[in-house]
Design a protein around this ligand. Structure first.
Ligand code: HEM
Length: 263
């Protein structure tokens, strides 16, 4: 029996799904359950990931200081962070990635749909193949000091062209007659490494996670916004227990303190 007013307006997403189940004979219960699972899973994975980022800051105040220096340097404490700031806040974004590195699932199961060879190993059609992200993310083969929490492992220096507002002016009179172009210079900036071949928290290929952009963008904005406004603390660092290879926090999890910052 449905606890739903079929005639009345939908109160929430679940009502919408139940209504479709009731009204559309081509939609079955499993479809509804999978849709619900994707949305609930999506919602909680962002929340959990942000909690993991805040936990990392509570554990290691130096990480927090670097993030705040980056945030305050950009906004001068005068405006909230937005998604467009992502490229100007590489250390903050790298912290989200470093948390994902710790938390990525060790079980991403796939089934070979045809006979294949992977790195010289024969894989018969029907074989279950796991991408073990945990191993990829914590092996010394791929990372320096993998057990250390260090967002800067995701950073690199890149060259960008910047336009100066001032105009090129040699001081010669003839300059006045030429069309004036803004001066361009090259600058080295820190940015987040993209496409690290062994860092695949969302897997790759046809079945790659459809929620990855949502997760990385929403987590970034939420985490950065909280960091802008609050100091993060914990009563007892011993409480901040985290399961490896797991984004989800336990049901009865620890508390963090958010203390308003003085601007
Ligand atoms: C920290 C958060 C998340 C992580 C680490 C993650 C990771 C993954 C991984 C590893 C897969 C398997 C890909 C494969 O089979 O090769 C996957 C699949 C999937 N994810 Fe996520 N995910 C996250 C959040 C989300 C969110 C927020 C949504 C939805 C809003 C979502 C929707 C999906 C869906 C629908 C699939 C199945 C795609 C398919 O089979 O075609 N995920 N995810």
């Amino acid at each position: 029996e449905l606890d739903l007013d079929i005639e009345g307006p939908e109160k929430d997403f679940l009502d919408g799904l139940l209504k479709v189940l009731h009204e559309d004979p081509t939609v079955d219960r499993n479809t509804i359950i999978f849709m619900l699972e994707d949305f609930l899973g999506g919602h909680s994975s962002v929340g959990n990931l942000v909690m993991l980022c805040l936990t990392a800051v509570a554990r290691d105040p130096e990480v927090g200081r670097k993030i705040r220096a980056e945030l305050d340097g950009l906004t001068k404490g005068k405006r909230p962070v937005t998604l467009l700031d992502r490229h100007s806040l590489p250390y903050t974004e790298a912290t989200v990635f470093e948390c994902l590195r710790y938390a990525s699932s060790p079980i991403v199961p796939h089934v070979a749909t045809e006979n294949a060879a992977i790195s010289g190993y024969g894989v018969e059609k029907g074989t279950i193949v796991f991408i073990n992200n945990y191993e990829l993310n914590t092996s010394e083969e791929y990372w320096n000091e993998p057990e250390k929490f260090d967002p800067s492992r995701f950073l690199e220096k890149t060259k960008v062209r910047v336009r100066r507002n001032s105009f090129c002016d040699s001081g010669m009179e003839s300059d006045g007659e030429r069309p004036r172009k803004p001066a361009e210079t090259e600058k080295e900036v820190w940015s987040v490494k993209r496409n690290i071949p062994h860092f695949l928290p969302f897997s790759i290929g046809k079945r790659t996670c459809i929620g990855q952009t949502l997760v990385t963008t929403m987590s970034f904005v939420m985490f950065a916004s909280i960091m802008q406004e609050f100091e993060i603390g914990a009563e007892n660092l011993e409480d901040l227990r985290q399961k490896p290879a797991c984004v989800a926090l336990p049901k009865d999890t620890y508390n963090l303190f958010l203390i308003p910052r003085k601007h």
